[in-house]
Design a protein around this ligand. Structure first.
Ligand SMILES: N[C@@H](CCC(=O)N[C@@H](CS)C(=O)NCC(=O)O)C(=O)O
Length: 236
């Protein structure tokens, strides 16, 4: 991978925490474009450096020269604008709008169920009806992904920003690295069991997992951003 993006005389810096889903969106986008970034791996319990550089506490944060970009899919859009080849969004305005609508659905609608489920399960006495309705909502999305992948290798045909957006969350359907104890990731694993019923979705997870990404593995003593699907899983 290129240490420095072509034509841009500076190193990208990516603030990250281990196993962050939103950071993995960005490392997939960087990998697709053959770019690398210097990972600034922060302690999840100490956000001072992230606040200092970006004015807010969440990762990922990308520092690209004088520009500081926050929010995973904003960073993906920034990278695509700066390094258009190979693209992550379709060229035609209509197809691009469709993809942006999918990503918006994923962030605002799809993510709501696992987020609410995690919050419910944190309660002293989770409401079993609410748990099963949220779990059903998560399972209900599998049919949509399976249908999107009919006669397609990736969610919108060629590998794109849509795959970067969804994969880090859906990958938990095939298990979790043992050392990844994040409660939200446990929910994603526990409530996304495919049970062999969604072969296209399962094949897509393995296909995207095989894609290059920036600094996936422990690099220069830093914690991994994400484990490969096939390694150290709690189940397969
Ligand atoms: N919308 C933001 C969400 C960022 C986010 O929630 N990041 C998580 C890591 S995946 C985080 O830093 N969480 C720390 C916290 O909530 O205190 C994005 O897409 O980047």
């Amino acid at each position: 991978m290129n240490g420095t993006p072509e034509g841009v005389g500076k190193v990208l810096q990516l603030y990250s925490t281990p196993y962050s889903t939103n950071v993995e969106r960005v490392t997939l986008a960087l990998g697709h474009k053959g770019l690398d970034a210097q990972l600034v791996s922060i302690d999840p319990a100490d956000r001072r450096d992230v606040r200092r550089v970006s004015g807010q506490p969440l990762v990922p944060v990308l520092v690209d020269g004088d520009e500081v970009v926050i929010d995973s899919m904003e960073i993906v859009r920034h990278l695509d604008a700066r390094h258009p080849d190979p693209p992550l969004y379709p060229a035609s305005p209509a197809s691009r709008a469709e993809m942006l609508i999918f990503i918006d659905w994923f962030d605002r609608v799809w993510k709501a169920a696992p987020n609410r489920l995690e919050a419910e399960l944190r309660l002293m006495s989770p409401d079993p009806d609410r748990v099963s309705s949220l779990a059903a909502s998560m399972r209900g999305s599998f049919d949509r992904f399976e249908a999107l992948l009919e006669e397609r290798e990736y969610l919108f045909g060629a590998f794109s920003a849509a795959d970067c957006a969804a994969f880090p969350f859906l990958r938990y359907a095939l298990g979790r690295a043992e050392e990844d104890g994040e409660p939200f990731h446990r929910v994603l694993e526990e409530y996304q069991r495919l049970d062999g019923a969604y072969p296209r979705l399962e094949a897509w997870i393995r296909r995207v997992d095989a894609h290059p990404r920036a600094s996936r593995d422990a690099d220069k003593g830093m914690a991994p951003t994400a484990a490969p699907v096939s390694d150290g899983r709690t189940r397969s």
